[in-house]
Write a new protein. Sequence first.
Length: 301
Amino acid sequence: PRALGYRTASQYARHPLGGLAYRLPESHALVRVEEDPLVAEPLAWALRVLSTWPLPVEEVALRGSLLKGRVLLGLIGGSPEALKRPAKALVREGFAGVVWAEPSEKGRFRGRVRPLYGERTLLERFGPLTASVSVESFSQVNPLAAGELLEEAQGLVQGGGRALELYAGSGLLSLLLAPRYGEVVAVEISKEAVRRGEADRKRLGVENVRFHRGDAKEAAQLGAFDLVVLDPPRSGLSPEVRRYLLEARPREVLYIACDPATWARDVGELSRGGYELAFARPYDFFPFTHHVEVLSLLRLG
């Protein structure tokens, strides 16, 4: 839908000479950023504001909402006590909320996280569904393109008794497909994502979706399903998940991939195990990059 101004999430390092910066790939070198043509307007505003604030942090993370026109701010590093007063001032400046996160070798927001002031979530529209987003856990950064994918995904599946979503995040697909199935189980390892998903489920009045906080590798413990929905990281499906699919043999597999190479590997193995690729379409979620999302459906032959 948009080639520029589409991103609703971004991260920047603090530059020692002031302002914000990108880190060069596989490097500690910093490139100062005065404006970022890829981010949506709420984040462009935040970037302008933060470039004038000498915050004692290592990085900042932004998560915006096109629906609300507002931005959540994550401050990574520094002292949470020392940042309470600046956080309050930043909310008065226009930010929806501010959280602090401890730097972690495991990744952003993988260590301690503490809310400092304001809201922790915002509502965003993803096509047919309105769901909460947070700076602390993953949500699709291109909500307009993701909304188009969700609308198409909704029309691909047959419906039935039980559906399982692995790598569920906050359960967007589970909530979307709930009217088509008697029971939907969403499996996600992130505590924050499950918290958001439960809040969305209650807000939307969905009674037949159950969130299970755990690893996708545990799928075999959850029984048999008519549909399994997959949206794994770039590494694709783990061997345990591939083995589960080939043993449990759900009637349909809805697979959304962010790396065509690992998607091809996984689809190849499932095809050798009796599945047929019924549908596949690429989506350009990240214009001006080599990254492509793939929406696909496999059916048991």
